[in-house]
Every structure is written in C-alpha cells, then in structure tokens.
Write a protein that binds this ligand. Structure first.
Ligand code: SF4
Ligand code: SF4
Length: 86
C-alpha cells in the first residue's frame, strides 16, 4: 500500500478495503465504509493517490504491522474486520 512501507505484502490491499475511513479520500468526501474497496485502489492493489495531497493522513500514517496484517490478505481482512467491529 505505501511507498515507504518496506514490509508491506505485494498484492494485498486489505488495509484499503477492510477499514472504514471517515476523512475525505479525493472525490469521496465522506470517506468509505468498512469492507468497501477504496475507489483509489488500482487493479494491482496499489494506491492511485500515493503521491497526492488528497491521500488521507490515516493512509499516510498506516504502516505494515504483523499483528494487523497477519500472514496473508485473508487474515488481514479478518483481523481488521474484527478490530472495526470492536
Ligand atoms: S494490510 Fe498490511 S500487508 Fe496488506 S496492503 Fe495493508 S499494509 Fe500491506
Ligand atoms: S487512498 Fe490509497 S492508501 Fe488510502 S485507502 Fe485508498 S487506496 Fe488505500
């Protein structure tokens, strides 16, 4: 997901789908709902806003964390869904 996120797993994108984001994301003025794929996640599961000032702070600040990212995208989705619901 992030350029400076060296441990981030290629082809994952879970953190751009599972969590809700309340701040504006480009044209999505109200952010996105939990489980909704971000409009700016491209077909290679990379962020189209990576170098844009429109990229939310929450995205810039999110770093790979093995506790959240798990061992694969499915685990990451499950963990983030649980966090979202708690
Ligand atoms: S959930 Fe973790 S591993 Fe997956 S794209 Fe986001 S930061 Fe990378
Ligand atoms: S703006 Fe980029 S980093 Fe943030 S959720 Fe959307 S695709 Fe992911």
């Amino acid at each position: 997901m992030t350029k400076n996120n060296h441990h981030c797993r290629p082809g994952c994108g879970a953190c751009c789908i599972a969590p809700s984001i309340s701040s504006a994301i480009g044209i999505l003025k109200n952010g996105k709902k939990a489980g909704e794929r971000c409009y700016y996640l491209d077909e290679n599961l990379l962020c189209k806003l990576i170098d844009s000032p429109e990229r939310p702070e929450v995205c810039k600040n999110f770093k790979f964390d093995p506790i959240i990212c798990g061992n694969n995208p499915e685990e990451a989705m499950k963990i983030m869904k649980e966090l979202e619901e708690s």
